[in-house]
Design a protein. Structure first.
Length: 327
């Protein structure tokens, strides 16, 4: 966080970018474009975005269910499901697994002639600013608004008994919570939720449907915008959209913003440091990249082994039950 901000305001190209003026910003509510006039310099705008990232990091550190320090202590004795209640603790693993999967799919596509494309730029720091801005705006467009509305509706339809016992103030809090932290709203309404029912069973059919629709829209938006992305970007954006949507439903809007931040701020910071600052960044970039790939590959191997063990246990129980019935 500090390195990225310093690069933006210290390097010549970064200083040049900060002096440009942004007249406002636009985003989509479903298919309807909205424009918010806000004449600010890029430097001021970037600072506001940077503050939002810090707020997300701090809230994830505190955690509504478990703080990061508590998760670290539990990691020595408790299973991953317990420590994963704090998003910041599980965040590096999820981000690394997603990134390694994207790299593998990208390589596979490109070997078959499916181009990913790239965004053109004159000043890399304006691209940095745009990517950081997108990490917030796109989460509002594709996660908070469409998925949040669906969650709010199902909470009020399926949790009618619990809601009937609430006063207006508590109902308003629940409605707000459905957008900011969907899983907690579902838990309060006594519905199936990720914390109590697991990472797959904790989502309703309506949620899976809107996640799929939102992710498809997220993929299409990248290639239809005419910004330079090729057809291969659809697959990568779709995969990222699924991950962003899932962490949003499980951990809240701050979690999806941070996972988007990892792609659009964290990784780009190292790229900027290597190409437009000091060669010292090469060491940090290599170390970071190696850590991401080791953690990502290790995560996928662990997940595959865990899934295989679960399937073996279930088949063993089923076969044992059949034998008991025969006797």
């Amino acid at each position: 966080m500090l390195v990225g901000y310093s690069l933006f305001f210290v390097t010549p190209l970064g200083v040049e970018a900060t002096q440009q003026v942004v007249e406002g910003f636009s985003f989509y509510v479903f298919l309807f474009p909205l424009y918010v006039p806000a004449p600010l310099s890029v430097g001021v705008f970037f600072t506001l975005i940077w503050v939002v990232f810090w707020v997300c990091l701090i809230l994830s550190w505190i955690g509504p269910r478990l703080s990061f320090p508590e998760a670290v202590k539990l990691s020595f004795s408790a299973p991953l499901r317990q420590t994963a209640r704090n998003y910041l603790f599980i965040f590096p693993l999820l981000a690394s697994m997603l990134f390694t999967a994207e790299v593998a799919v990208k390589r596979l596509q490109e070997t078959h002639g499916i181009s990913t494309g790239a965004l053109p730029f004159t000043n890399p720091f304006l691209l940095y600013f745009s990517a950081s801005h997108a990490a917030i705006i796109e989460e509002l467009e594709f996660r908070l608004i469409p998925i949040g509305i669906v969650v709010a509706v199902i909470v009020f339809l399926e949790g009618k008994r619990k809601i009937s016992e609430m006063n207006f103030r508590d109902i308003l809090k629940l409605f707000t919570l459905a957008f900011l932290y969907p899983d907690e709203a579902k838990r309060k309404a006594r519905m199936v939720n990720v914390e109590e029912d697991g990472w797959l069973r904790g989502l309703t059919k309506a949620e899976w449907t809107i996640v799929l629709a939102s992710s498809i829209g997220f993929g299409l938006a990248h290639i239809l915008a005419g910004s330079g992305w090729g057809p291969g970007k659809f697959t990568l954006a779709f995969m990222a959209g699924l991950a962003f949507s899932w962490v949003y439903l499980a951990y809240g809007i701050t979690a999806s913003i941070l996972l988007h931040w990892f792609h659009n701020y964290y990784l780009v910071t190292y790229w900027l440091g290597v190409n437009y600052s000091s060669y010292v960044f090469q060491t940090f970039t290599l170390a970071s990249g190696l850590t991401i790939f080791l953690l990502g590959i290790g995560g996928w191997i662990t997940l595959a082994a865990y899934t295989a063990m679960r399937l073996i246990k279930e088949r063993f129980r089923a076969s044992r039950g059949t034998l008991d019935l025969q006797f």
